[in-house]
Design a protein around this ligand. Structure first.
Ligand code: AMP
Length: 394
């Protein structure tokens, strides 16, 4: 299929889009419609000459925003639409061509992702109205992790909670972990062996990939488990909820809000959820920022060390996401906290690696496991999976 794919990531009041050609070098048209349903709704993006636009769309809903997006595609008609869907439960191990049964399966997992799946479904409904003739494909954040064995995905809880309510670890950021690990398998002489991937952005997760398959990952039933993130706590004692409720009288909603929106780098630093600002403040000696940076890096290293149990051999580690791609400090600290693994980071290469660049950071002729930075491309991966899914049905 040599026509472009329109990739849609639909939130409750936003639509992120990218028009992606089959030629990876071709320029992308991309943008974001936000604050939908409000008087401030607008569509921002870049056209093919790189010029930015900001078009007010007062009170626009998802369908109106998509019609405005269509007009921004400069006459390039997509051949298919790829939707990022957060939760595919156990039904989806790969991308799926959307029909009524796929829509109801996504609906049936909405309880597992109450904030995301309904918004994703609203996006599907709106695109079906605006592009009724185009094939639409659902690409799931969870699908790549469906290869986890039960030892990695089961919680030590009563069986009925799993069997009747689907309580298990699912994992997220699957398109990113899949993209960077397969890219490393192509770029590295070691090929598709054992890779640890660290997706470090506003949301953060790690993954153990063996032979192109996810074997364990740090996120679980929800994207709150695991690492310290911008505003999310990551792992806490499961007794914390009961403690906060009994001792402080907090409601479940309050606890959920604190763990998701007021914790992580923001909670620890007392300053910000933005790693650039944490690093700057730490440099100036701000105690909260120093603590946030230390806890953030320690928890990444601890998670990677734990995930290495899922791999028969370790061929390397891959950093990606806004922090993984841009922060030499975080990469250095994480590697320093894993002395038993035999990494050998080249400090100059580490310092020189900035956004958008891809490369190996090892000292020359080093024989231990490799260290890579690979910029993630979740949209490119969604477009590729969409293409493959449509071609497979043809
Ligand atoms: P993402 O969600 O992948 O866009 O990543 C966002 C995170 O990347 C934020 O915490 C940013 O502060 C962080 N980030 C972006 N650029 C840098 C940088 N140069 N150094 C450190 N962190 C950065």
């Amino acid at each position: 299929m040599n026509v472009p794919v329109l990739v849609i990531n639909c939130g409750s009041s936003s639509i992120k889009y990218a028009l992606i050609d089959s030629d990876p070098e071709a320029p992308r048209l991309a943008g974001l419609a936000e604050r939908l349903g409000s008087a401030d709704a607008c569509l921002k993006g870049k056209n093919s000459t790189g010029e930015r636009f900001n078009q007010p769309l007062p009170n626009a809903d998802h369908t109106q925003a998509l019609s405005a997006i269509l007009e921004r595609l400069e006459g390039r008609i997509p051949g298919a639409i790829g939707h990022r869907i957060v939760h595919g439960g156990e039904q989806f191990t790969q991308a799926a061509l959307i029909d009524d049964s796929v829509v109801s399966a996504i609906q049936s997992t909405a309880a597992l992702a109450p904030l995301h799946n309904p918004a994703n479904l609203a996006g599907i409904a709106a695109t079906q109205k605006v592009f009724p003739e185009l094939p639409q494909v659902a690409v799931f954040d969870t699908a790549f992790h469906q290869s986890l064995p039960p030892t990695a995905y089961r919680y030590a809880l009563p069986e009925s909670l799993y069997a009747e309510h689907g309580i298990r670890r699912y994992g997220f950021h699957g398109t990113s972990h899949a993209f960077v690990s397969q890219r490393a398998a192509t770029l590295s002489v070691r090929g598709a062996g054992g890779w640890l991937t660290a997706h470090l952005g506003n949301g953060c997760s790690t993954c153990a990939v063996w032979n192109n398959q996810s074997k364990d990952t740090s996120m679980g039933l929800t994207p709150l488990e695991g690492l310290v993130m911008g505003t999310r706590s990551g792992d806490v004692d499961p007794g914390l909820h009961a403690h906060l409720h009994r001792q402080l009288g907090w409601s479940l909603n309050q606890i959920d809000d604190v763990l998701n929106k007021q914790s992580g780098l923001l909670g620890l630093s007392g300053l910000t959820n933005d790693m650039r600002e944490v690093e700057e403040a730490a440099e100036e000696g701000h105690e909260g920022a120093l603590l946030a940076l230390n806890v953030f890096c320690y928890r990444i290293a601890k998670s990677l060390a734990a995930l290495s149990c899922a791999l028969p051999t370790l061929d390397g580690i891959i950093f990606t996401g806004g922090i993984g791609e841009n922060s030499p400090i975080v990469r250095r600290r994480v590697i320093d906290l894993l002395p038993h693994f035999g990494f050998a980071l080249n400090e100059e290469s580490n310092e020189a690696m900035i956004r958008g660049q891809e490369g190996k950071l090892d000292v020359e002729n080093h024989e231990g496991p490799e260290v890579w930075v690979i910029p993630t491309d979740e949209e490119g991966r969604i477009a590729m999976e969409t293409r493959q899914c449509v071609e497979a049905q043809a």
